[in-house]
Design a protein around this ligand. Structure first.
Ligand code: DC
Length: 218
């Protein structure tokens, strides 16, 4: 059984998808990490987010693969494990900008579809239910208000001892939502057959249990 979880940045997709995968014995696939690895390659090579020719050229030179170590996904970029370098705001914003490119998407969608061919997956992203796995048995559109998502991100940064500015985080989330939802290629949208789950007032356990209920009915 394949489960597609789409939604905006900060809705809790990866936390939820990991727990659902564990319960079902499926593999968790974080597709955002693949777009982030491409973005990291571009940052490291000094490519600007509006230099389309260089972004498309990068698709030929950035080899991305996924391996699993103790059940956790690791992203390999040209032979190097870059997993630890992917979760910064700079890489996230570059990924949001460069993922509008059709060539970047085609390369990563094909990798994602191959991963789901041989095993049951819980895959999260923006276009999983609409483009990558249109036949997924369960599709969820997981969202939360901008305010809730900004609060969660703020708390996460403060807990890590990093500086955090709530208004700047909220503005960043709004910008990212706008880019992800209004791009020409595979914009973020709820698939017609996806179930909407708004996690603003739900605990992690409640969201996981709602999704597990959907898998029982599928
Ligand atoms: O989920 P994330 O924040 O790690 O994703 C980073 C960016 O990658 C996101 O802003 C848009 C892009 N992305 C995408 O276009 N399609 C996906 N399936 C996953 C992520």
């Amino acid at each position: 059984m394949n489960i597609a979880i789409d939604g905006p940045a900060g809705a809790g997709k990866s936390t939820i998808a990991k727990l659902v995968a564990k319960e079902l014995g499926n593999i968790y696939v974080d597709t955002g990490a693949m777009y982030r690895a491409m973005a990291l390659y571009m940052i490291k090579n000094g490519i600007s987010p509006d230099d389309v020719a260089s972004i498309e050229d990068a698709c030929e030179h950035a080899d991305i693969s996924i391996i699993y170590k103790d059940g956790a996904q690791h992203v390999i970029l040209n032979g190097e494990d870059v997993t630890g370098e992917l979760r910064t705001e700079a890489v996230g914003n570059m990924a949001s900008s460069t993922s509008v490119n059709g060539k970047v998407r085609a390369k990563l969608v094909s990798l994602q579809q191959k991963l789901a061919e041989t095993t049951g997956v819980v895959m999260d992203g923006r276009d999983i239910g609409t483009v990558v796995l249109p036949n997924a048995e369960v599709k969820v559109y997981l969202t939360a208000s901008v305010e809730t998502r900004a609060k969660r991100r703020y708390k996460e940064l403060v807990e890590k001892g990093q500086e955090a500015d709530f208004e700047a985080i909220a503005a960043d989330i709004r910008d990212r939502d706008y880019r992800d939802m209004n791009r020409e290629n595979s914009p973020l949208r709820q698939a017609d057959d996806a179930v909407l789950v708004d996690s603003s007032d739900m605990t992690i356990e409640e969201v996981v249990s709602a999704i597990l209920d959907l898998t029982k009915k599928a």
